[in-house]
Design a protein around this ligand. Structure first.
Ligand code: SF4
Ligand code: SF4
Length: 132
């Protein structure tokens, strides 16, 4: 009891180990698993990352010419890194940064995501039909 009281008194004069977020910037360890980076120039469009992604945070919309365009939803991403592990060109086409994403700020990507998913499925179906 006395020990607990002394500890409590001591804590009143110690600096808190917690961060006063959002007023102070949080500190992250270098191993922090953050946002996924992408470089279309190194990508070979194998779509393994799209298939590997558990929540469907990566989608490719296929153009008439068969060229895919990459879309990534940071609000859906759970930062598991499965896409990077599956990618045949890790650290060139796809990599995991240690930059965390605070997904409450910009909801633009999230709001249009249903349309992106539908378009990704539709364009791939159409492309397949044309090739049969
Ligand atoms: S880190 Fe995980 S959830 Fe995020 S895009 Fe990659 S596979 Fe999907
Ligand atoms: S797995 Fe890598 S190479 Fe394949 S589509 Fe995704 S980013 Fe491109």
């Amino acid at each position: 009891m006395i020990r607990a009281l002394l500890e409590a008194l001591g804590n009143m004069f110690r600096k808190p180990i917690t961060v006063d977020f959002p007023f102070s910037p949080p500190q992250f360890v270098p191993e922090c698993r953050g946002e996924i980076g992408y470089n279309a120039e190194a990508c070979i469009f194998c779509l393994l990352c799209e298939k590997a992604c558990p929540p469907g945070a990566i989608q490719y919309i296929r153009g008439e010419d068969g060229q895919d365009t990459h879309h990534y939803n940071t609000h859906l991403c759970i930062f598991c890194g499965d896409c990077v592990r599956e990618c045949p060109k890790p650290n060139e086409a796809l990599w995991q940064t240690n930059a965390p994403v605070f997904s409450t700020t910009d909801q633009t990507i999230n709001k249009g995501w249903d349309a992106v998913e539908n378009e990704a499925a539709r364009t791939k179906r159409e492309y397949k039909k044309k090739r049969v």
